[in-house]
Structures are given as C-alpha cells and as structure tokens.
Ligand binder design. Structure first.
Ligand SMILES: Cc1cc2nc3c(=O)[nH]c(=O)nc-3n(C[C@H](O)[C@H](O)[C@H](O)COP(=O)(O)OP(=O)(O)OC[C@H]3O[C@@H](n4cnc5c(N)ncnc54)[C@H](O)[C@@H]3O)c2cc1C
Length: 445
C-alpha cells in the first residue's frame, strides 16, 4: 500500500486531526476523495494502485503547521503578535459598489478585491467557492474568470468545504491567480509555496476570511428537517448570508417555498454540528493571507447597517493593493489601531489562542503549530471544561432529535439569549490576561 496514504491514515485521519482542507485529495492524482462517515467528510482511498506524491502528506496543515516558520517564509519577519499574526495596517471598510456590498457577507471587500484584480488584468482567475455550481446545496471550489462569476461566489459558506481539492486543476493553470481560503487551507497553500510545488505556482495573491466556527452539512439537514423538509435534494438555492448585514440563512425550495433564519438564531446549531477543525485550529484571523477580512462586529457599525468589514493588510503587496483601490474610490477604508480591530473579536481570539491549545492538549496525538502558550490560568481551563460539556451533549443523537422538534422561532432567540448570557458571564475570565498571554516556540524549532 502507498506509503503516503499510510502516513495520512495513521497520523492525520485516525487520530481525528483532519481539517478537511482538501490538499491530500487535490494532490493525490485521483487516489483520494472525501466520503462522509457519520456526517463528517473523511479522506478515503479510492484507488490504491495510484502513486500518491509525498506532498499530499507533507503539505497537510492538520498535524504540523509551524506558524513561526511560515510567517518567516511569507512575510520575511519573525516579530509578530501571536494573537493576530503580522499586521501592517488595519481598517474598517467596505466596497463602494453597493451592488457588490449588498450581495456579500459583510462589506464585500473580498469580492471587490477579486473583481479589481480581474478587471485590471492583474490576475486571470480567482479560486473561490460557489454554492450550486453542480448541486444547489453544495459549495464547490471554482476558478472565477468574470465579475459575474465572482458575484456568484460571494458570501460565506458555513458548511465544511474542501477548497484545496482544486489543487490538481491548478497545476495546469498559467495564472496569475488569486486564491481565497480558510486559515488551514491558506496554511497548506503556503507550505506548498515553500516547497515550490507546481500546483501553487500560479497563485499570486492569497486572501482569507476570518474563521471562528464552521459546521458540518448536517446542520443544514437538521434545519431542513425541523422545517418539515426531508432532504437537501429539495433545495433550489442556498445562501448563508442573504439580505441586510449580518444577514440570514435563506433556503429556496424547488416547490417555491422559502425558509429563513437570522444568522444569530441559526447559530443555535453550532453546539450540535461544530467541526472538529473549528475547535482545533489556532488561527482565527487567517494569519498567512496577504489580506484577511472579517465582520466588523461593533455596535457602532451594526447600527449603521449596510455591511462593514474589518480588514487586515499583512503583506506589502496586500497593503499596496488596498491603497490603490482606496485611491481609485473602489474601497471605503478607515484606518484603525490593531487593538480596536482585535477588541471586536476578543471572544473568538480567546477561543482560538487559549481555548484551542487547551482542547488540543486533550487529544491523544496533538497538532504542532510551532508555538504554544507558556501558561493558561486555571479559571480559563475551567471555562473550557464547561464548553466541552456543552459540545459533548450536542453530539448525542437523542438530544439532536429532540431539538429538531423545537421551532426555530423559539430555540433561535433562546439560544441567542443564552449565548449572550454565557459571553457576559465568561467574559471576565476569557478576556483576563488574554493580551498578556506569553507564548513560547515549541521545542524542535
Ligand atoms: C466558515 C467561516 C467562518 C467565519 N467566521 C467568522 C467569525 O467568527 N468572525 C468574523 O468576523 N468573520 C468570520 N468569517 C468571515 C465573514 O463571514 C466574511 O467572510 C468576511 O467578513 C468577508 O466578507 P466580505 O463581504 O468581504 O466577503 P465576500 O465579498 O462575501 O466574499 C467572500 C469570499 O470568500 C469565499 N468563501 C466563502 N466561504 C468560504 C469558505 N468556507 N472557504 C473558502 N472560501 C470561502 C467566497 O467564495 C467569496 O469569494 C467567517 C467566514 C467563514 C467562511
């Protein structure tokens, strides 16, 4: 049997570390594909005669993903914040094209970047996700070549999608391309760039959304069932962030019905369907991208509405691009201190930068990100045990079935109130000492 597959199976898949980034399948020459086991997409050997290249294992970001080394490679710098990576400038902003903005997840910045690069002929394609490219309910990675195709890819996809399965196709691309991916997918692209791998030769720009939590597709199936709809095959169109920011989940059915749920109500499914990668990954702000974009969660912008993004320029080419677009009137950007940008997401930064390290210590085989906190106070560990209990309850099938019978009009607001209550109760412990947390490099560096 293939040696690369043996290593993937023994060190990544069986210990439950796979983050479903898609790299192993994308580089496997057709030998590996994802198949669902108990609702979780798992890399599966579908052709055991094919010779799987070693990079399908070494570019995997799940077990060994050394951020200090990758930061040095991408940005040529070692001096950076362990909480948010290297940030040259931080902004609040949105695209000035209202059509793009209204069609997007937050301020439409990611879509606007891609459209500008395409229209200026700086790139000839952009890797992004399109829901409905093949099946109406499923997102697929595609290379968008026109503004219209970019717009079809807008908004966030909250169901796990293995973007890097597209790597096989990229090997044949002349480029230059832009690429959008989640933090682990971006990390894998950077590992491949470090290896000079042909699959990423054409990628010139790397952008990424922040990534707090993501869910298995079971969340959508559950939501359908709780609305009396038996199968995802009844979906005609699926949008995770439709309408006015922050948006709502909107599912149009083939029979013409439309079902919706406010973003913060739909979040009640997180404890039941959160992916293991959301719990494992320590990178919230997409630290290895040229530009990272998140929602500008702050009462000020939430009250204005319209869609506002927090934008971090990390590389020189990222910062130059933002400046050019701002000067050309394509982006409205207001520079803010990085501390303000971080304050908007203190809860999630803690979830990754202390919570994930605590959770990873509970694993038999632990991922190595090249650094770890020197010390996490006991009260913070206790908070994590409470969350562990909640997620364990959420995994029980009986509980999921019971929850399905509670109308979302009730459970959504109840969950939202509980979430807000939990956030305010745990806030002192979660924020206390976060900024001051000391990190150390892991031993082998
Ligand atoms: C799973 C997930 C979790 C997130 N969690 C948070 C969070 O906790 N806090 C926060 O502030 N922001 C979070 N974001 C980011 C936020 O939802 C927006 O993506 C971000 O604000 C960019 O908005 P935009 O209007 O500029 O993007 P848009 O202009 O709408 O463009 C989004 C681009 O990202 C691509 N894309 C969408 N989903 C994926 C995906 N799953 N994998 C790869 N590419 C994708 C799209 O194809 C599109 O090109 C998350 C995003 C995702 C996908």
């Amino acid at each position: 049997m293939n040696d690369t597959w043996n290593k993937l199976e023994a060190n990544i898949i069986k210990p439950g570390l796979c983050t479903q980034c898609g790299t192993c399948a994308g580089l496997s020459r057709g030998a590996i594909a994802f198949s669902e086991k108990k609702g979780i997409p798992i890399p599966t050997l579908i052709n055991n005669t094919a010779d799987i290249p070693e990079e399908a294992y070494s570019a995997c970001p799940a077990k060994t993903c050394l951020y200090p080394q990758l930061n040095d490679f991408v940005f040529g710098k070692q001096e950076y914040s362990y909480l948010c990576g290297i940030v040259e400038k931080s902004y609040i902003g949105h695209t000035t094209d209202e059509k793009v903005r209204r069609n997007a997840a937050s301020g439409g910045v990611l879509s606007a970047l891609l459209i500008y690069l395409l229209e200026q002929k700086i790139i000839n394609g952009a890797v992004c996700l399109q829901v409905g490219a093949k099946l109406p309910h499923k997102a697929e990675p595609i290379i968008a070549r026109t503004k219209d195709e970019i717009l079809k890819c807008a908004q966030s996809v909250y169901s796990v999608t293995s973007t890097n399965t597209i790597l096989e196709q990229l090997e044949k691309e002349e480029g230059p391309l832009a690429y959008i991916g989640l933090p682990d997918q971006v990390a894998s692209i950077r590992k491949l760039q470090m290896m000079n791998h042909p699959s990423v030769r054409s990628i010139k720009y790397v952008f990424g959304p922040y990534m707090g939590t993501q869910m298995y597709f079971g969340a959508i199936q559950h939501f359908l069932k709780s609305n009396g709809i038996k199968s995802e095959n009844e979906i005609a169109d699926l949008k995770y962030r439709a309408g006015e920011w922050p948006g709502y989940l909107q599912i149009k059915l083939k029979d013409g019905r439309v079902i919706k749920s406010e973003k913060f109500h739909y979040n009640y499914l997180i404890p039941f369907f959160i992916t293991s990668s959301s719990l494992q990954l320590v990178d919230f702000t997409n630290e290895l991208a040229d530009i990272s974009v998140g929602d500008a969660w702050s009462p000020k912008y939430e009250n204005i509405k319209g869609g506002h993004s927090v934008v971090l320029a990390r590389s020189e080419q990222g910062e130059t691009l933002l400046r050019q677009m701002q000067e050309g009137g394509l982006l409205e950007l207001k520079e803010i201190p990085i501390s303000e940008a971080m304050d908007m997401h203190g809860h999630m930064i803690d979830f990754k930068k202390r919570g994930a390290f605590i959770r990873n210590k509970w694993k038999k085989i632990q991922p190595d990100y090249g650094y770890e906190p020197v010390h996490i106070p006991l009260p913070r560990i206790a908070v994590e045990w409470c969350l562990r209990f909640v997620f364990a309850i959420g995994k029980i099938k009986f509980v999921r079935v019971v929850v399905r019978y509670i109308p979302i009009g009730i459970i959504g607001p109840v969950f939202n109130t509980l979430r807000k209550g939990w956030k305010s109760v745990s806030k002192p412990t979660k924020r206390k000492g976060l900024r001051e947390t000391q990190y150390k490099l892991t031993s082998h560096l």
